[in-house]
Design a protein around this ligand. Structure first.
Ligand code: 5AD
Ligand code: SF4
Length: 439
């Protein structure tokens, strides 16, 4: 038998890209590729790119430039660009960087085998279509390899919301939900391979409306179906939009035993004036009332969010409203970003906030968030949590896992295996993790 070809994939950005990279690796597995951790060994290098951060495309070009030497040594090396930069830039990438053999957008990954074959003839392959066929069905032909205890599962993709700052509706396209039966089958397959916790992924996951046996299903309906899968212990989902937080989903947080008490619900700003300019179609007040209802259903839920500071025309007063909202919600986790322009989005045309002012606001917001994060983590000391153990820790005999609230928990001298779910009493709260003892 010939040596397997080696594939090096570098993944940037969100969890959906992590999921997509796994699917790409599996589908190229069918072409005789095995993954390698070093680009020097690779016969094919794939960059799975993200377009959400500033100068994303420039970073991809400079990363590609670094492969020049490798390609000179190894003319058969194929270099590909996948993900949202591939979708956004398309042919421009091939024009600007002749090293690139293949450009594939997120909706075309199932076509990778043919594209790879095409590059082997010396031709270039480009596909950034939004095809009709179901890429997930085409991607599912994969070996039954054993998996770790946690996995991502994409249930919907794309977004119809068009927030004024965001590229996702352009790079990932319109909102599309996968049929429920396929998701359930994929979940069952993951469980057979050792997975105990599944995070359902979608850019607008709670807008999920995939076909079910009796018409379209809601995300809550899907979660209730997954709740029945034997051996699956935990369900999470991300990322949600406040406007799609349906009553049945809020209720499921109180009643569905496998649904974890953690919710990532980005608000972006606490100022109604800015929210309107962002085209968010919710207000600070409607968001706060929503959180009240979620907490009424599940009082111990840990909230997480995303914020943008320095959005065009944001005043100090607008920013204060954001701090007020954070003060009221108290997030266990939150991700805050300085606004940066994305060409082609409506906000890119507007007058920008002074970068020093935006930096200062970002620091103030992050300080407040960190303080709450710490308080919420510290309040876990003395409590009993359930921990899904994911890997050995750095110290001998130590094991690390995640609590239901997504806190990392370290246990010393832990007689537990990876994949075990155990009750733990929290004894200590450190900088970024908790420590505890098995009960
Ligand atoms: N500038 C800064 N942050 C952004 N995000 C999305 N687009 C931009 C942008 N142009 C942030 C939002 C989103 C998260 C994934 O990234 O907060 O929720
Ligand atoms: Fe982007 Fe999320 Fe707004 Fe959709 S809802 S446009 S993905 S920020």
């Amino acid at each position: 038998m010939s040596e397997p070809k080696k594939l090096y994939i570098k993944t940037y950005g969100c969890q959906m890209n992590v999921y997509d990279s796994e699917r790409m690796s599996e589908t190229l597995g069918g072409q005789g590729y095995v993954e390698t951790k070093s680009p020097e060994d690779a016969d094919m290098i794939l960059l799975n790119t993200c377009h959400i951060r500033e100068k994303a495309a420039e970073k991809v070009y400079s990363e590609l430039g670094r492969f020049k030497g490798l390609k000179a040594e190894k003319p058969d090396l194929k270099i590909g660009v996948a993900g949202c930069v591939a979708q956004a830039e398309g042919e421009e990438i091939m024009r600007r960087q002749p090293l690139v053999d293949l450009v594939v957008g997120p909706q075309s990954y199932h076509r990778l085998p043919e594209m790879e074959a095409k590059t082997r003839t010396g031709a270039k392959a480009l596909d950034t279509d939004f095809p009709e066929e179901d890429k997930f069905e085409k991607l599912k032909n994969r070996p039954k390899a054993k998996r770790g205890p946690t996995a991502f599962l994409t249930v919907q993709e794309g977004c119809d919301k068009f927030c004024a700052f965001c590229v996702v509706p352009y790079t990932r396209g319109a909102e599309v939900s996968r049929p429920a039966d396929r998701i359930i089958r994929e979940a069952q397959d993951l469980v057979e391979r050792g997975v105990r916790e599944i995070t359902l992924l979608g850019q607008n996951v709670n807008a999920y409306h995939g076909a079910g046996p009796n018409g379209d299903m809601t995300l809550a309906g899907l979660i209730w179906e997954l709740n029945k899968v034997d051996g699956l212990e935990r369900i999470r989902f991300t990322t949600s939009h406040p406007n799609d937080m349906a009553d049945d989903l809020i209720e499921a947080h109180g009643t569905c035993n496998k649904l974890m008490p953690y919710l990532h619900l980005p608000v972006q700003s606490g100022s109604d004036r800015i929210l309107k300019r962002m085209n968010r179609s919710h207000t600070a007040e409607s968001y706060l009332r929503l959180i009240e209802r979620i907490r009424a259903a599940r009082p111990d839920i840990v909230m997480s969010g995303d914020f943008i500071v320095g959005f065009p025309e944001e005043t100090e007063e607008d920013f204060q409203a954001t701090l007020d909202l954070v003060q009221e919600v108290k997030y266990g986790y939150a991700y805050s970003f300085k606004y940066s322009t994305r060409p082609g989005t409506p906000a890119a045309e507007r007058s920008q906030v002074d970068p020093d002012v935006a930096d200062d606001r970002l620091q103030r917001l992050q300080a407040l968030i960190t303080q709450h994060q710490r308080e919420i983590q510290d309040a876990m000391v003395g409590r009993k949590v359930s921990v899904l153990f994911e890997k050995p820790g750095r110290l001998a005999g130590q094991m690390v896992g995640k609590s239901e609230y997504l806190h990392s928990v370290h246990v010393s001298d832990a007689d537990v295996a990876v994949g075990e779910l155990r009750d733990v009493r929290i004894t200590n709260s450190g900088a970024n993790s908790l420590a505890g003892k098995l009960i």
